[in-house]
Design a protein around this ligand. Sequence first.
Ligand SMILES: [Zn+2]
Ligand SMILES: [Zn+2]
Length: 550
Amino acid sequence: MADSLEVIPLGGLGEFGMNSTALRCNGDIIVLDAGVAFPTHELGVDFVVPDLTFLKENQDQVRGILLTHGHEDHAGGIPYVIPELPVPVYASRLTQALVSEKLKEHELLERTDLRLLEARDTLRFGAFEIEPLHMTHSFPDAFCFAITTPAGTIIWTGDFKFDQTPIDRRLSDVARLSEYGEDGVLALFSDSTNSESRGLCPSEFSVYEPLRNLFLRARRKIVVSCFASSLSRVQVILDLARERGRKVAPIGRSMVSYLRAAFEIGYLQMPSDLLISLNDVRSLPPEEVVILATGSQGEPMSALSRLAINEVKNVEIEEGDMVILSARIIPGNEKLISNMINHFYRRGAQVYDSDHSQVHVSGHGYREDLKLMMNLVKPRFFVPIHGEFKQLKTHYLLALDQGIPAENARIIENGDILELTPTSLQVTGKLTASRRFIEEGVAEEVHDLVLRDRRYLSEDGLLVIVLRMDRLEGDLIGEPELIPRGFVDESAESLMESIKEEVVRVVRETNPEEKRDEELFKEIIRKEIKRFLRKQTGKRPVILPVTLVI
Ligand SMILES: [Zn+2]
Ligand SMILES: [Zn+2]
């Protein structure tokens, strides 16, 4: 239909992470965000990114990808999207810097057309005119997009809260939002993450005091964990470390590279000698050290988890150390996190998280923030975005409370084709939106987990490794038993022997604490043997370690 705008969410609705949405108007398509999700249950898969079929089928219409900000759930998918869909990527300076780090890792930086977007710029693509507006969030350089089309203007909030004292003192662009509101906004698409939380979201500034109190109390090393891309929080931690005369050792690949990238372009303020490397930690007294680590979700191979079991060279967790988890718990990760916390306690460290004091605040607006957004923008139509279904629904009901007629508000889900005209809003169709599974180190993507496992099974077979242990943290009894199905040939006997030797080596080198954590132990065996077999045979059988405590 002429003068209609189609909004097609490819991910991020009804789930956590993987935000990406296509907008189409008069034969032009723009894509808002390209995020990843981190699955916790799909064994052997590192990331999930949205299915690109729709965009690839219409590639000649795609004008570019616009990123609201640099968090993983919005920008983390770029390295997996660009090889398939080589279109320009528009982003704020900081987002661009972080995305560049990711692209470098994937050797894609040269091939990617990255373009700088500044707040209040105007971008035109055919039927679209886009103005990015600065918004406060736990990321210092985040945008909301005001997108004007022949159908009308829509406001796409991105992740936001109305923070009156952001760490960098740059406020949300309330003035422009209300101007758009005065001129008439067709539809508001707004962040639903905290639609269930009453009141106003506390300012990022409010974490200073609780964190400062902990820093004052600490007598030995402090380990702080937060998301590497939450650079406002990183700034707070750097400030407090400097105040207390401590040096900061970052650990975790993204922490190290994001810190450097943000510092280079002036988005992190610190004396140039504040940062030290992990190698320098031993040469300083413990009361002069802060370790800033990724891995707040307890991911088994992350920096923080490795610290928890003393698997990091040059750094040992000792009696009296303090560990601060300055991040939210993503639902589903509770068990992993509590395992990790137990390891820290076992070493004599004290662990503080947001249950204990306010060492974390959300970057997403609460109900009063969300109402303020609606009241500034005064949209005709309302669509909740960014959240699980219950958050979308709660946000939808909040909009009705604010006086938006029920027929003017709509909950949409991934793959829905929402058509907007100056007078109507309706779902006119549905794409078969699915997801892509990415396994790091494997060029080819995994389309479907069941299919993948079946393929590995049919091509490369199955290997069950039975480990008899005297107790979980103890020694092997006898040698490991191997039960191969479908991947052995004539060279099998010597291969089996070398696998056994490898298993024995891995068990010997795994420390008792890791062994006691049965899931972690099996994951270590699985990963090591997978790597070994790939090197030795080029095959990827499905590996199932089984531990029997006798
Ligand atoms: Zn965010
Ligand atoms: Zn987000």
